[in-house]
Design a protein around this ligand. Structure first.
Ligand SMILES: Cc1cc2nc3c(=O)[nH]c(=O)nc-3n(C[C@H](O)[C@H](O)[C@H](O)COP(=O)(O)OP(=O)(O)OC[C@H]3O[C@@H](n4cnc5c(N)ncnc54)[C@H](O)[C@@H]3O)c2cc1C
Length: 455
């Protein structure tokens, strides 16, 4: 009787790509062996740096991925090299497939894995165009978004990859399915199925009015795909493939490109994870976090639009882009704190926390990033509220102490006799005075013209 042929096995190590559709690395693993060994490594460093919302999201997303894989996903805690070596030996796998990770942490981790002798086959990335690919004619990276966007469009991207028809995965061994049980205080909808449904819903209902509605925090005018993109439950290529040439579709494509631009910038400047892109801003006079910072964190600054946004973040794990800019400006320019204090708070609460978009979203608003807002742009939290939440619905939703006020009153409760009758807090600072102070501090470092980050 002929001996049974030994099955070949390839590990597919999932990281920021928790899906099975449009997944070139998964296809490469399937192609490479008779069976795949799907693995998620619960790297302690990632787990300990994530806030409870993000941990709960990851937990739900892993469950969803596991269902797509016929309950064959291995979830093992530990240091990646030793987990990979152990799984390779116990499952008889001789190759490891991944989507390339471009975060500074991921790049360093993968370099160590390769240096340990493990052959890591990298196919695809979490981006339509991998960071580092789009370059100026002199081969240097772009520092400004708009020309990057043009070059990115010209470079183009591949069509979505096919969904595997049949996934043959190795039977998990006992003790290898250690799914975390992390819960959040609010309901979490995670996973590829939810991401694809959300995309379809947004595409059919809101995409055509995206250009008009995307700035209004009180309405459901944006895709809400950020956490799904962050965890790779959907690939940006899948979105881009369904966009046409209308203005609304183009504006949406441009937002996807901001994500790619910031990933590219961080790839070329890994130190900007927590450090200044334009170093001169390090020299500016800043205050130390005190009770005013606590008020910002708690949504108790006395500025209704800022407070609604901060409470949205803490209560839901997400914040609208317009208000992310407003609260970031408030922290840096009204409270005179370094952007990293705010970025760190965001990292603890945002489900969609992405190191590139967060650090550079903060630095753009603070004026020390790429393509920075002009130094004199200090978001006025009152006018922003009046313009982008004219009826006050967003404020009323998150700041019930102000729900008795009309649309005309809600943005400036201090002007009305009953403005504080339901216990709303008084302003921690005077915006007009702090704006002048902020400009004075900027003048001291002569931030009065576009700056070269190499200066
Ligand atoms: C201070 C600050 C911090 C931020 N931190 C993060 C973060 O940690 N993670 C994150 O994903 N986004 C971050 N952003 C960008 C942006 O606010 C969110 O991507 C957006 O609000 C997510 O909502 P949405 O999916 O409905 O976006 P949509 O308006 O539907 O946009 C579609 C997608 O495009 C991308 N995108 C949109 N705007 C931006 C942008 N300005 N920069 C980068 N990508 C963008 C996102 O992936 C988003 O899901 C930050 C912005 C600022 C100003």
């Amino acid at each position: 009787m002929a001996a049974e042929k030994v099955k070949t096995r390839a590990i597919i190590w999932f990281r920021r790509d928790l899906r099975i559709s449009d997944h070139p690395a998964l296809l490469a693993a399937i192609e490479a062996a008779d069976e795949i060994v799907p693995l998620f490594i619960m790297d302690e460093k990632i787990a300990s740096n994530s806030g409870s919302n993000r941990r709960a999201y990851l937990s739900a997303s892993l469950q969803s991925l596991d269902r797509s894989l016929g309950e064959k996903l291995l979830v093992i805690s530990g240091e990646p090299i030793s987990v990979l070596k152990d799984v390779m030996s116990r499952y008889g796998a001789n190759s490891v497939h991944v989507s390339a990770d471009y975060t500074p942490y991921g790049v360093a981790r993968d370099a160590k894995v390769i240096a340990s002798g493990i052959e890591l086959t990298q196919t695809g990335s979490p981006y339509a165009v991998a960071p580092g690919r789009v370059r100026k004619s002199d081969e240097t990276p772009y520092r400004v978004y708009t020309p990057f966007y043009r070059a990115w469009c010209t470079h183009g991207w591949r069509a979505p990859a096919a969904k595997p028809l049949n996934i043959k995965a190795a039977e998990p061994l006992a003790g290898d399915r250690n799914f975390p049980e992390w819960n959040s205080e609010f309901e979490i909808s995670a996973g590829e199925k939810v991401a694809l449904e959300r995309w379809q819903e947004f595409h059919s209902k809101n995409l055509d009015s995206y250009d008009e509605n995307r700035n209004f925090a009180g309405i459901d005018g944006t895709s809400r795909l950020s956490a799904h993109l962050r965890w790779g439950e959907i690939h940006p290529r899948t979105l881009l493939a369904k966009l046409g040439e209308s203005k609304a579709h183009d504006v949406f494509r441009k937002e996807i490109a901001w994500r790619e631009f910031y990933a590219d910038v961080l790839h070329h400047n890994p130190h900007t994870t927590w450090d200044y892109y334009v170093p001169r801003f390090k020299e500016m006079r800043y205050d130390e976090p005190d009770s005013k910072f606590n008020a910002w964190c708690e949504g108790k600054t006395g500025y209704p639009y800022v407070d609604a946004a901060m409470r949205q973040l803490v209560q839901t794990g997400w914040m609208h882009n317009r208000t992310r800019m407003v609260v970031a400006s408030f922290l840096v320019k009204d409270l005179h704190l370094e952007w990293q204090h705010g970025a760190r708070f965001f990292s603890q609460h945002l489900i969609d926390f992405d190191v590139a978009s967060n650090s550079h979203g903060w630095q753009w608003t603070a004026g020390c990033g790429t393509d920075a807002s002009p130094y004199y742009r200090v978001f006025n939290p009152i006018e922003q509220g009046k313009r982008f939440d004219a009826e006050g619905d967003y404020i009323r939703k998150y700041v019930p102490e102000l729900s008795h006020l009309s649309a005309a009153e809600i943005h400036e409760p201090w002007l009305y006799l009953d403005g504080y009758s339901n216990g709303y807090v008084e302003r921690v600072v005077d915006h007009a005075a702090e704006r002048i102070e902020s400009l004075a501090r900027l003048a001291e470092i002569k931030a009065d013209k576009p700056q070269d980050p190499r200066a």
